[in-house]
Design a protein around this ligand. Structure first.
Ligand code: BGC
Length: 883
């Protein structure tokens, strides 16, 4: 029997679409289905794989019963080196089998160290100095059938064949703890090769490998020598192959890139670029032979996350003409300026960058601290040239151009790890839409291989606290599953022997990097930062429904809890130690001196992490360990509540942690919620939370019935508030609630704290975690905790007079989930829903005692369950918040 009403529309693996050279390891597939039969459900499926698209010689799972279309193991097990596998699926419903799905192709990279014939090669060049250029020529015997370039480097690389860049990627191989994991990119270069003589050439830059990182100005964190590792594999139509690898046959020279640094920008003297060095036939006799750079090839690993690419451009507007031309992109972003100028050979052009202007209209560079963020070019030719940097990026909205040449046009180029967009949100209140878009931009600008705190100053580090605060929201806005999993591998690699999690991943922080009241404070294992080890994997699992992340991270999660256990005092609680705490609480004089005590924060997160571990153990680990972790969570929560509960009630963050991290016992929740709501009322909705409380505070209110107060905070326009930033023109989310004061001035220096005056980034995503609340409560798409990957979702819009309509869509693993609701003039709410196949929507509507609910024209009730398809819901006499 065939089910012709049901079609599998798409199939994908756990690897980003289009990524070549994926890692081996667990290969899973998910699929999307459409059916015109409302009663259709997946009862079973069959997955097939084949080395060819014709599916003649197949491996099959056979018929597997079950309803889930998320993360099913692919037939054939993990991929072998270079393996190409085609996959397809069909499902059985009560009507019979569907037709086979469209085919999905996946291609593995080099997975064994023995696959590598390339060596690391370079030439002597000084840190902070000019970039080496490396090249060699080779013969291609015939028109190739297929050619793959596997490449990585110590330092960042820009690689081309016959003068053409092999991809649109930037800053490859990204940033990982290189001595433990160095990522390899694979490119299809078939079309770049010609029969006969070809050339391959690469420039290298210091990047994160050798450049200065962190505010202490330390460079060479990973080594002193730059090197390229490249292996080109050519397959001819007759099946024969050729290989071109980095080895002693390569030659190198110093070229036109005179200096490059992530923080400082580039100096390029275009006159020094050897003409034609990228092409075959160039005479490199004057170049030097390369030397082999010692490197452990075992750490090479295929990249599994999307590379950094150009994602959007903005034409820059002239803000101030004349000498010291000031340009405005209209959007704060991470990237650079692509400048077209007319000039003469030897003309100098200098481009400086900043997020804001000062009162006289000049760039305000103080918040960049020591990052120079300056690109300098010397022109080669008479006439028109387009200038663009390499091996750097800047966090900026404004740029200043000085020099001799005439500027013809300027474009701001935004770059980001190329994660696919996933969420869409619109609502009647334009300021909320701008807030959403600002958060999107803070994510784009800070997801650059690593989830960073900010993209502009001498920092740009993978702070674990910021990451855990934002992980759930990031997963809603973009498909970040592969991005997070790559970073989590590094988090585990960086974990100390006792399980302590570092404050930044990759870890480049000196143990003495942070000094408080004259003494260095330990930054490993801090509450709300180290807990990224449990919180991020869990957020990724909940959002995408694939338990691979929990399987992979389980040892790291366990180690983190062991670390915390070892730090417990005789009273069963974590003792008083330095904590970042509710970082940048707006009422605190110093960033770490929040109203809520660090001790409460530490133990609340301890309990929370133990609880997450318990859940992960129950799913993919060990039952006995699950019970132990759960008992530990209850014990720590109980002790923490007994000791710190009364004091915690006095702050928004204290209440939010008590409620959302389940520290307060069930019997106390109403009292805590009332205290929180009262605080919000007393402050007229002003935010009083820092990095740890902000992601939780609205959820804590709305989950306990205080939707009015949640909206009072969300819709407040005076500082401190989310919309205050929007009102004064923010285009990304700020680090401090009051980075800019209502009078337009910049938050002045705090004389008692050497660090605080410079925590003035306009592009930090932590406070943007509120966006998840907007999807869940304003739009009303709230995933159900025990049904990860949106297999079940609450339809729970919370209308308020200030926000009479909203719509949102999330491109879930199962397909598009969308809602569009309006509070109509005669007082009812109409909701249009689109539910993907495999998702159950549970109505949790804004009802009053008088409400009548109709679904698709028929009477229904709250709590009713809807399956796939389009639905119209009407709720009469809805409950509407009065804010
Ligand atoms: C970073 C933060 C980070 C914090 C922790 C700051 O300098 O920008 O986002 O989490 O330090 O101390």
């Amino acid at each position: 029997m065939t089910d012709s009403a049901t079609t599998v529309t798409a199939l994908r693996t756990n690897h980003p679409r289009g990524l070549l050279g994926v890692p081996s390891g667990r290969l899973v597939v998910s699929w999307r289905v459409r059916s015109s039969d409302p009663a259709a459900q997946q009862l079973a499926f069959e997955l097939q794989s084949c080395a060819d698209e014709d599916f003649e010689v197949i491996t099959s799972t056979g018929v597997v019963s079950g309803a889930s279309a998320i993360a099913r193991d692919a037939p054939g097990g993990p991929l072998a080196s270079r393996e190409v596998r085609f996959l397809r699926v069909r499902i059985a419903t009560h009507r019979g089998w569907t037709r086979w799905s469209p085919v999905c192709r996946v291609e593995a990279g080099l997975t064994q160290v023995s696959d590598w014939h390339a060596r690391a090669v370079g030439i002597p060049c000084t840190p902070g100095g000019p970039s080496p250029l490396l090249r060699r020529e080779f013969v291609v015997r015939d028109v190739p059938l297929r050619a793959r370039l596997h490449v990585t480097s110590l330092g960042v690389n820009d690689i081309a064949i016959n003068g053409q860049r092999v991809s649109g990627d930037h800053l490859a191989p990204g940033w990982t703890p290189y001595h433990q994991r160095l990522l390899v990119s694979t490119h299809d270069v078939t079309d770049l090769l010609v029969r006969g003589l070809n050339a391959i050439g690469a420039a290298l830059g210091d990047g994160w490998f050798r450049g200065r990182l962190g505010w202490l100005g330390v460079d060479q964190h990973y080594g002193g020598e730059l090197a390229l590792i490249a292996q080109l594999e050519i397959t001819y139509p007759d099946g024969s192959t050729d290989r071109v690898v980095t080895d002693e046959a390569w030659r190198g020279s110093i070229g036109h890139i005179r200096a490059s640094g992530i923080y400082d920008g580039v100096d390029i003297d275009w006159r020094m670029e050897p003409t034609g060095w990228g092409s075959a036939g160039f005479d490199d006799a004057s170049w030097q032979p390369v030397r082999l750079v010692p490197w452990q090839m075992e750490v090479l690993a295929a990249a599994g996350a999307p590379p950094i690419r150009e994602i959007r451009t903005f034409t820059m507007r002239v803000e101030r003409a004349g000498e010291g031309l000031i340009l405005d992109a209209g959007q704060n972003l991470a990237g650079w300026v692509r400048l077209t100028v007319r000039g003469h050979a030897g003309d100098r052009v200098v481009v400086r960058h900043a997020e804001m202007l000062d009162t006289s209209g000049d760039l305000l560079t103080m918040p960049l601290r020591s990052a120079r963020a300056t690109d300098t070019y010397l022109l080669r030719d008479e006439g028109v040239t387009t200038l663009e940097p390499v091996f750097t990026f800047h966090g900026f909205r404004f740029a200043e151009v000085t020099g001799d040449a005439e500027v013809l046009s300027a474009v701001a180029v935004a770059i980001s790890s190329d994660n696919e967009p996933r969420g869409d949100f619109e609502t009647a209140e334009p300021a909320l839409v701008r807030l959403h878009d600002n958060v999107v931009w803070s994510q784009l600008s800070n997801f650059l291989s690593v989830p960073t705190d900010c993209p502009q100053r001498d920092e740009r580090l993978g702070w674990t606290g910021d990451a855990q605060a934002f992980a759930a929201t990031a997963s809603t806005l973009f498909d970040t599953a592969a991005f997070w999993q790559s970073w989590l591998v590094d988090l585990a690699l960086e974990q100390e022997a006792d399980g302590g999690v570092t404050a930044v991943v990759p870890n480049v922080l000196d143990p003495e990097a942070i000094v408080v009241e004259g003494s260095p404070v330990g930054v490993v294992g801090r509450a709300g930062w180290g807990d990224a080890a449990t919180i991020v994997p869990w957020a990724v699992y909940e959002s995408y429904g694939d338990d691979s992340v929990l399987r992979r991270q389980l040892p790291s999660m366990r180690a983190w809890i062991s670390h915390l256990l070892a730090r417990r005092g005789p009273d069963g609680l974590l003792p008083t130690e330095f904590q970042f705490g509710d970082w940048l609480d707006p009422d605190a004089a110093l960033p770490w001196k929040a109203k809520v005590s660090g001790d409460f924060v530490a133990n609340a997160f301890f309990a929370h992490s133990a609880r997450i571990l318990a859940r992960a153990e129950a799913l993919v680990g060990d039952r006995a360990r699950a019970a132990q972790a759960s008992a530990l969570a209850d014990e720590v929560a109980g002790l923490a509540w007994a000791r710190h509960g009364p004091a915690a009630l006095a702050s928004q963050t204290g209440c939010a942690l008590a409620l959302q991290l389940a520290v307060a016992p069930a019997s106390e929740r109403a009292r805590v919620a009332a205290a929180l709501a009262a605080d919000v009322d007393r402050r007229s909705g002003a935010i009083a939370t820092g990095f740890l409380g902000t992601p939780l505070v609205l959820e804590a209110l709305s989950n306990t019935g205080h939707v009015e107060q949640a909206y009072r905070m969300l819709l407040r326009r005076d500082a401190p508030s989310w919309l205050y930033q929007v009102e004064v023109g923010a285009t990304t989310v700020w680090e401090r609630w009051d980075a800019l004061r209502p009078d337009g001035s910049v938050n002045p220096a705090d004389p008692t704290d050497p660090a605080s005056p410079n925590l003035l980034s306009l592009n930090h995503y932590a406070y943007g975690a509120v966006v998840d609340w907007m999807y869940r409560n304003v739009a009303g798409l709230a995933p159900v905790a025990d049904a990860p990957g949106y297999q079940s979702v609450l339809i729970a819009p919370r209308p308020t007079v200030g926000v009479p309509w909203a719509r949102a869509a999330i491109d879930t693993s199962l397909g598009r989930l969308a809602i569009d609701w309006t509070l109509r003039p005669h007082g009812d709410v109409r909701i249009d829903l689109e539910i993907p196949f495999g998702t159950t929507a549970v109505l949790a509507l804004p009802i009053t005692e008088r409400s009548i609910i109709t679904v698709d024209g028929e009477m229904s009730h709250d709590g009713a369950r809807l399956t796939h398809g389009d639905h119209q819901i009407v709720v009469t006499a809805p409950s509407v918040a009065s804010v």
